[in-house]
Write a protein that binds this ligand. Structure first.
Ligand SMILES: Nc1nc2c(ncn2[C@@H]2O[C@H](COP(=O)(O)OP(=O)(O)O)[C@@H](O)[C@H]2O)c(=O)[nH]1
Ligand SMILES: [Mg+2]
Length: 456
């Protein structure tokens, strides 16, 4: 069913809360914490996972994910049960209730904060008469929207196809719904994908498409490995952005690369839009790498593919751990990020904590925030704190260390002077008897080229 492009789809959210009857105190409804009321900025990384991520917390996250997928949330409902109903997950009675509520809210789709088996999805859809998607489909959709690399787009399409395959049997899913739209497509939520071929309701064709995509992914990956080899031939450190989905990594990536325009020498002219060269205040260059895939219960169809793209994290000299200061579930999100970093064996890398979205805090809270050597508060959207962050990155990078030196360069040494002007931070320059005397901070890699001009 085509949806208007200008209208947000109206989504009705369903959460589930399984509670064993044994522990009656668990029935106490968690007090809902108003957004921003909790000081998440003091939550530290590396702390153990908080034990109970409540159904409410999970719902808060689902709401954010749905919004991020372009939906307007028009209603929500948390069903408490002892255990899931095999046929409908939440029970026939509840379903009728939800069908009524969804209809009166004019919902276009119902999103379950839970994975649905193909038959549960069918049964529920029959009852509520609007489209029903689950958390996995929602995440696939968000990733499809945000996939910026060819590889990422292919991988999301692959995951979508693998997800749909078991759901094809016995019922003609409108295959035109999926993967037929262009990257960042505009189909209904849960059905968008970066694909390029109109698919038909034919398993054989889907299998063929899956094989085809796998081959392309392999090809893209080889190209990427070649590019990386070229990059690694130069002594340039990588700074990787990590952090929970929606923390603002990609927005920060753009803010950082905008803040320090660097005309890309061919070495950095990479096809991969998630890696960009950035020049730090010291004039050292770094590669900044954006990542995806940090989310609780990453759909299993996406795990392998996205872990593969996290290779940049493993190679990084420095991690920027981005958090959303307004997130009421920051501790759980940090724990998830920590878990992924441990899996990547990247947990001990040098890190800076970037607390993002400070523009959303009330002014009084914002004024009370203080940066320190390892924590920087920023608004990626407004651009506040970005220059401080660039300074901190400079200080934190141990690779290609900086030295403060005095140089005396003959004026005719145009090449050496150009190198210094372009790649060092110059504090003073004086012209004397055909020489230029410079007071500068010079990265080691640059110092090598101008060593003969260094004084004492
Ligand atoms: N108000 C505000 N919103 C932000 C900021 N940074 C990112 N966002 C929003 O948060 C959402 C997620 O951002 P995105 O960069 O895609 O997050 P990612 O999943 O970590 O890459 C988007 O809607 C952004 O516009 C910020 O500093 N302030
Ligand atoms: Mg992103």
């Amino acid at each position: 069913m085509p949806t208007s492009r200008n209208r947000h789809e109206r989504a009705f959210l369903i959460g589930l809360d399984y509670r064993p009857q044994r522990k009656p105190w668990k029935h106490v409804k968690p007090v809902s914490v108003p957004r921003m009321a909790r000081d998440s900025s003091v939550a530290r990384a590396g702390e153990n996972a908080p034990s109970d991520f409540s159904a409410q917390d999970s719902m808060t996250e689902l709401r954010e994910l749905a919004t991020s997928a372009g939906a307007e949330v028009v209603g929500e409902f948390i069903q408490s049960r002892e255990k899931p109903d095999p046929a409908t997950l939440i029970g026939r009675g509840k379903l009728e209730e939800i069908a009524g509520a969804a209809a009166s809210a004019h919902a276009d789709l119902v999103i379950f904060d839970h994975d649905l088996s193909p038959s549960q999805q069918r049964n529920i859809e029959d009852e509520v008469s609007v489209r029903v998607i689950d958390r996995t489909q929602l995440i696939l959709d968000i990733f499809a929207r945000h996939a910026r690399t060819r590889e990422g787009q292919l991988q999301v399409e692959l995951a979508q196809l693998e997800y749909l395959l078991p759901r094809l049997t016995g019922r003609g899913i409108e295959m035109s719904q999926i993967a037929g739209t262009a990257a960042g497509g505009r189909g209904p939520i849960g059905t968008r994908g970066p694909g390029e071929t109109q698919l038909e309701t034919d398993r054989r064709k889907i299998f063929q498409r899956i094989r085809d995509i796998k081959q392309r992914v392999e090809k893209v990956r080889r190209t990427r490995a070649q590019q990386r080899q070229r990059r690694e031939s130069a002594p340039v450190a990588t700074v990787a952005l990590v952090g929970y989905t929606n923390a603002g990594k990609s927005t920060l990536f753009n803010a950082l690369t905008r803040a320090s325009v660097l005309e890309s020498p061919s070495l950095f002219a990479t096809l991969d839009p998630t890696i960009r060269a950035v020049q730090l205040p010291s004039r050292r260059k770094v590669l900044v790498s954006d990542t995806v895939g940090f989310i609780r219960n990453l759909p299993h169809t996406l795990v392998t593919s996205f872990r593969a793209t996290l290779e940049e994290v493993q190679r990084a000299a420095l991690l920027l751990e981005v958090s959303d200061v307004t997130s009421p579930v920051a501790a759980e999100q940090n724990a998830q990020v920590e878990k992924v970093l441990r899996e990547l064996e990247a947990q001990d890398k040098p890190r800076l904590r970037v607390m993002n979205k400070v523009d959303l805090l009330p002014a009084s809270r914002r004024d009370a925030l203080e940066d320190d050597a390892t924590t920087v508060h920023v608004s990626a959207v407004k651009g506040t704190g970005i220059s401080v962050l660039l300074d901190r990155i400079d200080e934190a990078l141990q690779e290609d260390p900086l030295s403060r030196v005095k140089l005396r360069v003959p004026q005719r040494e145009g090449k050496a002077l150009a190198i210094l002007e372009g790649q060092a931070r110059i504090f003073s320059r004086e012209y004397r008897n055909g020489f230029v005397e410079l007071n500068a901070q010079v990265p080691q890699s640059v110092l090598r080229k101008v060593r003969s001009f260094v004084q004492d």
